[in-house]
Design a binder for this molecule. Sequence first.
Ligand code: ADP
Ligand code: MG
Length: 353
Amino acid sequence: YDMFVLAFVERLFRASYKKDDIVLGKKLGEGAFGVVYKVSVDKPSAKKRGGDLVLKKATEYGAVEIWMNERVRRACASSCAEYLYGFLENSSKKGSEYWLLWRFEGEATLYDLMQSREFPYNVETLILGEVQDLPKGIERENRIIQTVMRQLLFALDGLHSTGIVHRDIKPQNIIFSEGSKTFKIIDLGAAADLRVGINYIPNEFLLDPRYAAPEQYIMSTQTPSAPSAPVATALSPVLRQLNLPDRFDIYSTGLMFLQMAFPGLRTDSNLIQFNRQLKRCDYDLVAWRKSAEPRASPELRKGFELLDLDGGIGWELLTSMVRYKARQRISAKGALAHPYFDKEGLLALSVMQ
Ligand code: ADP
Ligand code: MG
């Protein structure tokens, strides 16, 4: 109860925005449930901190997204893009829409960065703020990928510790924050708050099949008792232990790790093909490796080489994330404590010179 009062008071004193304050800029994205724009604010009080913002005009899932962003703002702000304000806008022609505002964190998502031939060196430049004059090779690439993975798992652990499962973790929903020089999570429209059961049963159309764990439908059909309406009936911790819904995000994060390590799996079509092969191997990565490695292209071989560094510690982490059974997947916190992260990451590179 106190938490609700505090949250209400905090929101009263926080900068608020209305439709007329917002000047639309470039369109950044358009999905089935909303449109996203870069915007500026035409309001003297907002000018003090300055900078561009991001506006999402959301339809169906706007209320859920506002709820999740308010929770994140109070409980694990550094995990996600900085959320500023959300409101219901009734005056629009299409009926009512939810308008949500965030700080514009930066130009590039992990997806954009991975599409470049320079990846992962383009990320190294962003994080260190300078170009490193060092020989390129898998060891250096491994350190960069390790740094990215640590940042992703740190952000994810923040969400999961708060009781939020994202369910749409993919490179398109990871933004590089130029301010903090770290990757942050965005797009909480498909997220679930396990403490109160908000949006616990996902709309299947919200899930991206390219990154979804195999239990995607199990979650929506085999837990019929889980509340779907925003009512404060806390989901039983016992049920949560059995289902481990946070491991859904771990699987998706494992696929991103895979795409970072294997240049050949960074395109959509190759990822879809990989998913088909993995399914044929009953989601057993070791079996997939046995079938794929003998006829591997040099690009594929490079991924195995990278993950085999330091006694195969990267491969060990990957295989503990991408597993058929949610229960057997490592947690975000567990992954952060994995020996893959024992070596110093990217920052050690600048000291090496
Ligand atoms: P959707 O996927 O539902 O269209 P997202 O919330 O993922 O909406 O936003 C769409 C795109 O807008 C993102 O992929 C990203 O390129 C950009 N974007 C979203 N939020 C931010 C932000 N805070 N800062 C910079 N760019 C953002
Ligand atoms: Mg998105």
